[in-house]
Write a protein that binds this ligand. Structure first.
Ligand code: MEV
Length: 448
């Protein structure tokens, strides 16, 4: 059923016309909403860049761009750019980075940078025939994709290996060309998908023409050609460690031994309970996504891969681990991160470009270490709060500030509110009541 809010040809309209149509149909024609959405438009040149990223845009949605300084990774100090809407995230990452910078910093190692792509196809011939000609097919696949792979080969990457997977026991006649890639400093999605689509064409022709097959074998159904966002071989590990004594600081509100034990218990809980593991890993992704977005990378791909990795044993578990052995506290995070530092948004988005500049134009493996280190710091900060003061103490300060900003509180009102709520529970109503009371008091003084 079509109602009067349906439209044909919306995408063909100009940006101004699109906005006008949305305002008329979904904002009751309120010009104030149009004005506000228009106020986030950028100058023509920059806006054109943003409009080319995604379709049907009517405005820009801005998010805070913060930095976590003092991130000491493998002996080098970074100032890490972070994009997030969540209060306390950047502050927590920065505090943990500072804390570990005086305890040896973060060590990070890239385990591997391989990526995976798959051609999913159906073929009803004899599996042995396909296996017997596969070495020949493999050569043909590589040769016919060479126009696409030449540049990547020159950069030291390209197709690493192609496997034939027989999955016909799970789905009738189902096979995969399971392909390993190295995409150097680019995320490589377009490269991988282009190669795979070429593989699909080559495979069809090969089966149609190769003498090993007879007429009944010549039909192949290429179901789809697409990279896998699960990249367990594009892996990085970040870790911190120190003696238990070194863990101590006055903000812990407990001794270092007690803290270390509570911390390790919290990590073990996230290894045995998937409800807790989900929140635990969400905290890690608070940091990871913020850097991934700030550097123009694909946070959905990173999240999808990270969560699959967390469930690789069949049970969804914590991505981080903690050990206490021989008086040494060690905390690490191992996570797949398929990111790029060239191509795509990394070049086109003006702020992403500056993020990479701020990080010293890292290679993709170096950026993997920075992102993993930030995730580790985020996780450390969250668990440290949870097992000591509780998470609300820090959160509530930011929450109070947000409410005060919403109520357009003056500097004096902010000061009074912070003092008043230093030992009270914060809620929107209680803050509004306090500000109203302060304002009424002030008003009375002026009028008396
Ligand atoms: C909030 O965004 C993230 C935390 O819930 C993470 C955690 O519980 O570990 C604090």
């Amino acid at each position: 059923m079509k109602d009067d809010k349906q439209i044909n040809g919306f995408s063909k309209r100009s940006k101004a016309e699109k906005l006008q149509w949305v305002i008329e149909n979904f904002f009751n024609g309120h010009e104030s909403a149009a004005g506000e959405l228009r106020s986030f438009w950028l100058d023509d040149e920059t806006q054109n860049i943003f409009d080319a990223f995604s379709e049907n845009s009517i405005s820009n949605f801005i998010l805070p761009y913060g930095v976590a300084p003092n991130m000491l990774i493998n002996g080098k100090t970074y100032c890490v750019p972070m994009v997030t809407e969540e209060s306390s995230v950047v502050a927590a990452a920065a505090a943990a980075a500072k804390y570990w910078s005086t305890r040896g910093g973060i060590k990070a190692t890239v385990v591997n940078t391989k990526k995976i792509g798959q051609v999913h196809f159906k073929w009803s011939g004899q599996t042995e025939k396909l296996i017997s000609v596969f070495p020949e097919l493999k050569k043909e696949l590589i040769i016919t994709a060479s126009a696409i792979t030449t540049n990547m080969d020159k950069r030291g990457g390209g197709i690493l290996d192609i496997e034939l997977k027989d999955l016909s026991d799970k789905e009738p006649d189902y096979y995969q060309l399971f392909t390993h890639f190295d995409t150097c400093d680019s995320m490589g999605a377009n490269f991988i998908n282009s190669v795979l689509e070429q593989f699909g064409r080559t495979l069809r022709l090969f089966i149609q023409t190769h003498p090993a097959f007879d007429e009944t074998d010549r039909e192949v159904d290429i179901i789809m050609c697409i990279l896998s966002n699960y990249t367990p071989e594009c892996l990085v590990k970040a870790e911190v460690s120190c003696t238990i004594d070194e863990l101590g600081d006055e903000c812990l509100e407990m001794d270092a031994v007690g803290f270390a034990e509570r911390f390790a218990t919290a990590i073990r809980i996230a290894e045995i309970d998937s409800y807790r593991a989900t929140t635990h890993n969400k905290g890690i992704f608070n940091g990871i996504d913020a850097v991934v977005i700030a550097t123009g990378n694909d946070f959905r791909a990173i999240e999808a891969s990270g969560h699959t990795y967390a469930a690789r044993s069949g049970i969804y578990k914590s991505l981080s681990k903690c050990t206490i052995k021989d008086n040494i506290f060690s905390f690490n995070l191992e996570i797949p991160l398929a990111i790029g530092t060239i191509g795509g948004l990394t070049k086109l988005h003006p702020i992403a470009r500056h993020s990479l500049e701020m990080l010293g134009h890292p290679s993709a493996p170096e950026l993997m270490t920075i992102i993993a280190a930030t995730g580790l710091m985020q996780n450390f900060a969250a668990i440290r709060s949870l097992v000591t003061t509780g998470i609300q103490k820090g959160h509530m300060k930011m929450h109070l500030m947000n409410i005060l900003n919403h109520l357009s509180a003056t500097e004096q009102e902010i000061e009074q509110a912070f003092e008043y709520f230093s030992d009270k529970v914060i809620s929107f109503t209680s803050v509004r009541e306090l500000i109203t009371e302060i304002r009424e008091r002030e008003h009375k003084i002026i009028t008396d």
